[in-house]
Design a protein around this ligand. Structure first.
Ligand code: PNS
Length: 158
């Protein structure tokens, strides 16, 4: 049985993330989505809120579970007995993602498989979604409707 970990900040979760998660869920037997990162002040949602939103969106895949990630990703992989990391990448991310993949392999030998972002989502990032939403732009079509509502609420409150 193959169990893999798909890590990310998901602040907020986008259609690009969900496309990668769905494709990864078809490749491996079990996928654990690790919701971590984003300790920066520019973040929109708390870890608990991001876990909740990702969990809601991943209900459609019975072999996907969602867990908070704190500490090192490789320790998370060890705890979940996962020998593989699956990461969605856009062309511009490949350098840093490769560096992280090498570091994770160096730390524990866990290997990383990159899934290229689907062309229709290649320009979508959580950072841009937050920026567009904060400046009054339309983020529908970039994130699921319930996520869009939560982003709007959060921005309206701040
Ligand atoms: O959505 P992101 O920003 O690409 O996610 C980044 C994340 C959460 C995957 C990355 O920051 C991470 O792996 N954090 C866990 C801490 C860790 O293991 N750091 C060393 C990475 S080599």
């Amino acid at each position: 049985m193959t169990r893999a970990v798909c890590p990310g900040s998901f602040d907020p979760v986008t259609w690009g993330h969900l496309d990668v998660i769905g494709r990864a869920a078809r490749i491996v037997d079990q996928l654990v989505v690790a919701v971590g990162g984003n300790v920066s002040k520019t973040g929109l949602f708390t870890a608990a809120e991001r876990v909740e939103m990702v969990t809601e969106q991943c209900r459609q895949w019975p072999n996907v579970t969602v867990e908070p990630l704190s500490g090192l990703l490789v320790d998370f992989c060890r705890r979940h007995e996962a020998a593989l990391i699956v990461k969605g990448v856009r062309a511009r991310d490949i350098g840093y993602e490769t560096q992280m993949a090498h570091m994770n392999a160096h730390l524990t030998g866990v290997d990383t498989v990159f899934l290229p972002a689907a062309p229709q989502w290649s320009y979508v990032s959580s950072t841009l979604v937050r920026e567009v939403a904060a400046l009054g732009g339309d983020i529908s079509g970039l994130v699921p409707d319930p996520v869009e509502r939560r982003v709007r609420e959060r921005i309206d409150r701040s």
